[in-house]
Design a protein around this ligand. Sequence first.
Ligand SMILES: Cc1cc2nc3c(=O)[nH]c(=O)nc-3n(C[C@H](O)[C@H](O)[C@H](O)COP(=O)(O)OP(=O)(O)OC[C@H]3O[C@@H](n4cnc5c(N)ncnc54)[C@H](O)[C@@H]3O)c2cc1C
Length: 477
Amino acid sequence: MSKKYDAIVIGSGSNGIAAAIRLQEKGLKTAIFEQAAVPGGATKTQELTLPGFKHDVGSAIMPLGLASPFFKDLPLEQYGLEWIFPEIAYAHPFEDGTAYGCYKDINSTAAQLGEDEKAYLDLIGPLLDNWDKLGKDLLGPLGIPDHPMAFMKFGIKALPSAKIIVDKYFKNDRSKAFFYGSAAHSTLPMNTLASASFGLVLTTSAHKFNWPFPKGGAGNFVHALTEHYKSLGGEIFCDTWVEDIRDLPNAYAYLFDLTPRQLLKIKGLNFSSLYRQRLESYKYGAGVFKMDWALSEPIPFTNEKCRKAATVHLGFTKEEIENSEKGIHEKNMTKTPYVLIAQHSPFDPSRAPEGKHTAWAYIHVPNGSTEDFTEIIENQIERAAPGFKDTILERSTMNTVALEQFDPNLVGGDINGGKQDITQLFTRPVARISPYSTPDPRVYICSSSTPPGGGVHGMCGFHAAEKTLKDHFKELL
Ligand SMILES: Cc1cc2nc3c(=O)[nH]c(=O)nc-3n(C[C@H](O)[C@H](O)[C@H](O)COP(=O)(O)OP(=O)(O)OC[C@H]3O[C@@H](n4cnc5c(N)ncnc54)[C@H](O)[C@@H]3O)c2cc1C
């Protein structure tokens, strides 16, 4: 039977678009169907507060967008993508007004840590030296690594909890809090197995790539991706909610940029009851409470390093971060949570009207929480930047329900498409030889619910596309 398309992608997040580009560039005829009015999923820029203030609704800082083995070779600059590199990748302030900064130069970074200088170099140095070998193995499904020795050495440091790693390497509590700042991106408690892996990968990527972001907003990254896709002949249909695969045009393969709970609601899929059960038991992680501000001036951080970094991790002591990330999972939030801040406008004036500024932040909260954490977040920022509240012209808040309404993949406010603990890190959504395929030979999963998980890197989409090519279009490989 003739098919209208070779493959159809449902959902236009960064992974959906990556999958579609990969298939289209192999000469296939593809289309993307997206329920929202514009493509991009959780990678979008909007005026959330006042006219002229451009805020990233979801992803804001994209070291893996630049570093992704798939995205890095696409001609995105041709479509207006410009990366902005802050002087310091991220900063971590302490209560007494001092701060550590993560510089691209590992030695300058380590030198701030005093007695822990050598330990920092021992922990991160070998990973930085081996990044070019490790990158592809880390951003893919579990399999035989291309560089087994480098991968094994990484695994020894990455599998334990962040707490075990900081206690093993560092003497000073500030060095421990500094590492936790990256490890806490995992949304896992610091004593959870494999939470160290996030700290290691993100810290190393800061030294390698300096945590850049797209000029004008994250939406410009998606714009460049979609323009490239369309230039290859790809088609995108927005405002199209897919609820039954039989409503879609005929195709050999359908790649869903959806999480398991959403996929289970799609009608017409030939899934076994065992596979359905396994998808039903997929675990979602903590949610986030997200804030954006229009400001009269940049965040008035006391410490200069925080003013020179686009990302700031707030967690004034090691215990504060430990208690914050543990409390979320026990539904016992602390009043001094770990706060992740991004400030673009000091480095990219196009984000706000002349002389004005934007700021972006979130904290981790229990999945599905509807509590308002505005005061708690603003109080935390005041500790590092006294006078911050006086600079606020307008604020926008999104609890977990608002986030899920914005993008249905953010189930209960989970921004990573599912919990990223040791049981789901490499084998998401279920342990199969290929986690991208399903028992229905037409159906693939390409969202962040597959390896390597959350983040704007497109590698879930790339690997799902590769599996599709292998199964249906082997001659093109
Ligand atoms: C607040 C927040 C902050 C973040 N910060 C960062 C960051 O700084 N750096 C970073 O790298 N990552 C960050 N992330 C994570 C990153 O945005 C995600 O990991 C990434 O967007 C996942 O891409 P995806 O393609 O898997 O899914 P998504 O981007 O969620 O896209 C899924 C798409 O599928 C569509 N869809 C769903 N159901 C249907 C349906 N039935 N029919 C049609 N379409 C459908 C949705 O509308 C959506 O467009 C953040 C996320 C959030 C929410």
